[in-house]
Design a protein around this ligand. Structure first.
Ligand SMILES: Cc1cc2nc3c(=O)[nH]c(=O)nc-3n(C[C@H](O)[C@H](O)[C@H](O)COP(=O)(O)O)c2cc1C
Length: 194
């Protein structure tokens, strides 16, 4: 990987801390409807089934889930982010669910921060999804780099984040999205993954 992001290293760590701070302390709640409020559950008075017959379990990337629920990838790369990932891992392990970590891009330049993403020991059997922005494939990241990201946290899959709007609005964002779409399947093919 070419490291023309050298000057961004600290920026990324600062940005990760800012993201957490914003969510915890700023008024960033999503205001508009998600559309889910358009749905209503109708009480079924004569259900003709036993609760024990309802099976919400499923399997994803070879991992059993007690229900199709994932805690989406959010963070990593700072001590606080590491604590958050640990707590999420302990919670999904207890609940039999799955989780993702936030973008691991910082770990290319700051390998010592990989530990803030390494939650496998807190959730030995849980579905764990690694994470990297798809645009990084345009910034010199290779499919083998991606494989190393997954292996570095003993993850079961890699989430390739498609976030051009965030990249163009954040300082130091990567904004060359050309050829991303063909690069993704080509990378996945290199991995022989789904
Ligand atoms: C603090 C924070 C950091 C995030 N960082 C990432 C990230 O690194 N990679 C990613 O794929 N998604 C990231 N996300 C997006 C979430 O995974 C999720 O897609 C988003 O929050 C929308 O889901 P929600 O409406 O349930 O919050 C982040 C979200 C938050 C709140």
């Amino acid at each position: 990987m070419n490291s023309d992001h050298g000057h961004l290293t600290s920026d990324i760590a600062v940005r990760k801390a800012e993201h957490i701070d914003l969510v915890l302390n700023a008024d960033v709640e999503f205001r508009r409807s998600t559309g889910l409020d358009g749905f209503e559950f109708v009480h079924e008075a004569l259900p003709e089934l036993a609760l024990k017959e309802i099976d919400s379990t499923t399997e994803l990337f070879g991992r059993a889930l007690r229900a199709p629920v994932l805690v989406s990838g959010m963070t990593g790369g700072t001590p606080l982010a590491g604590q958050i990932n640990e707590r999420i891992a302990r919670a999904v392990a207890a609940a039999g669910l799955g989780m993702g970590v936030g973008s691991q891009r910082i770990s290319f330049e700051r390998p010592e921060l990989i530990e803030t993403f390494q939650v496998r020991r807190f959730a030995p059997h849980a579905l764990l999804i690694a994470n990297l922005g798809a645009v990084q494939l345009n910034c010199g990241v290779t499919p083998d780099d991606c494989r190393r990201l997954v292996e570095s946290i003993e993850a079961d899959a890699l989430a390739s984040r498609l976030n051009p709007l965030q990249e163009v609005t954040q300082p130091g964002g990567d904004t060359d999205f050309r050829a991303s779409s063909p690069r993704l399947p080509r990378s996945a093919a290199r991995w022989d993954c789904r």
